[in-house]
Ligand binder design. Sequence first.
Ligand code: PGA
Length: 250
Amino acid sequence: MRTTMVAGNWKMHNTIQESVALATAIKKETAHAACEVVLAPPFTALYSVGAAIKGSNVSLAAQNIFYEDKGAYTGEIAPSMLKDAGCTYVIIGHSERRKYFHERDEDVNLKVKKVLATGLKPIVCVGETEEEREKGVTEFVVGIQVKKALHGIESLDNIVIAYEPVWAIGTGKVATPIEAEEVHRFIRGVLGDTHGSSNKNVRILYGGSVTPDNIEELIDMEDIDGALVGGASLKAETFTGIIAKVAEKR
Ligand code: PGA
């Protein structure tokens, strides 16, 4: 049985004060939620949000990481620093990082390995562009992303995958439950090919324009174990609305 998860990716939004206020409101509303709740504020607010949610069932995530331990890497953040700030999870390979910062599957793989070695848990993002979907190569593209991200990784314990079709992120165009489930099932199959039956324990989140109105149908699907939420995670009301519906899944 996989515990469902709802993760909020705040991207480049919120000051420290705004972040703490939002985290505090979410913590209050989700004190007894029967699903895991994760917040990914910007780096500047990690520590303060971590302090605000301490002792609750809300966990802290970073939105990115660098794969070296320390050194002359101006502007980068090491895994041990994220652990120190209170993180449990790290989002890796988000399509915005792939698009604007030219992150490749090889970088994603190095980051996943380092995150695991540090005792943190990666939320690995994969997904096809609109053009790739139209060309009918969604499974080909997503299959390569999953295999390369997890290359050389022995155990799937502690790995979370987020399927986020690029055309659905921030566009209001959500994948239909059937479209999403097809890819989730495909990803679980790929994990089965590479790692055997432990694929059944891996949580696969859907991301891309998730709202309280569309989550219900998505979470009904067998292989959808939760959501990675962008825009709708910036307001306590909409984010907790999504959590309430995901928590109902049995
Ligand atoms: P969105 O973003 O919910 O605003 O589409 C999702 C994401 O980028 O993780």
